[in-house]
Ligand binder design. Structure first.
Ligand SMILES: [Zn+2]
Length: 242
């Protein structure tokens, strides 16, 4: 995308899409200090504590926001509505102050290294508190690897390999899988890095009750439109696997 992407424009579109559909849009708090930038969550309108909850997170790295637009598209097309037994909790933009700008938040923190940490920022704390309350059984965080033409995942824990592997294999039909033995110094097994405990949301969530926790790294070298669609499809496959 070549035009400037503004967070407020994105929020306006998201809010209007939610209004026309079965999702509620709410501002949890504001971040960015005196700039008071809304921190937002979206969830299924019909909410029940007894229903299975799946949590999606997008845009924790502000330079990887195709997933935020994938969330918007999925809401517009009611992709989640096909899965009647599941309710969704979504952080459409986990790093509002970095949105369209860069990896870190306005304080120069990589938020995805500070979950469960004493140095956790307000964004981390808001996500943690919301998740602890909603108790999702599956968390899927969406990322893009800027340098990659190939797809890979992070998964927690290895005993759930069958589920993650099935999701990965669906994409292997159309996209190459990154099969390096090491990815960013982590041991990888045919496209999946297991149990990388690095302060990420997916690692923290797994330690805090989400039996299934997965991070998808969509190839950043694909076009914007391809990435948006790719993220939508991964979310769909996550829901199918539930
Ligand atoms: Zn990322």
């Amino acid at each position: 995308m070549s035009e400037v992407i503004r967070y407020e424009d994105y929020l306006r579109e998201l809010k209007s899409a939610c209004k026309k559909s079965n999702y509620s849009f709410s501002v949890i708090d504001s971040v960015g200090g005196s700039r008071k930038i809304p921190f937002v969550m979206v969830r299924s309108k019909k909410w029940s504590v007894s229903k299975k909850t799946v949590c999606f997170s997008a845009g924790i790295h502000g330079n990887e926001i195709a997933a935020s637009y994938a969330v918007l598209r999925a809401i517009e097309k009611d992709v989640f509505g096909k899965f009647k037994d599941i309710q969704v909790l979504i952080f459409p933009v986990a790093n509002p102050t970095g949105f369209g700008i860069g990896r870190e938040n306005f304080e120069n923190y990589n938020l995805n290294r500070h979950f469960g940490s004493k140095r956790g920022r307000l964004e981390n704390l808001l996500i943690e508190a919301t998740i602890l309350k909603a108790r999702p059984f599956f968390i899927h965080t969406m990322h893009e690897d800027a340098d990659e033409k190939k797809f890979y995942l992070y998964g927690f824990d290895k005993n759930r390999d069958k589920i993650y592997r099935k999701i990965l294999n669906i994409f292997a039909r159309k996209y190459p899988i990154l099969k390096a033995r090491k990815i960013y110094d982590e041991k990888a097994d045919r496209g999946i890095i297991y149990d990388a405990h690095d302060g990420s949301l997916e690692s923290w969530a797994h330690k805090n009750g989400a039996g299934l926790s997965m991070c998808s790294e969509v190839p950043g070298r694909l076009s914007w439109d391809e990435r948006v669609l790719f993220h939508v499809r991964v979310m769909e496959e996550v829901l199918k696997s539930c």
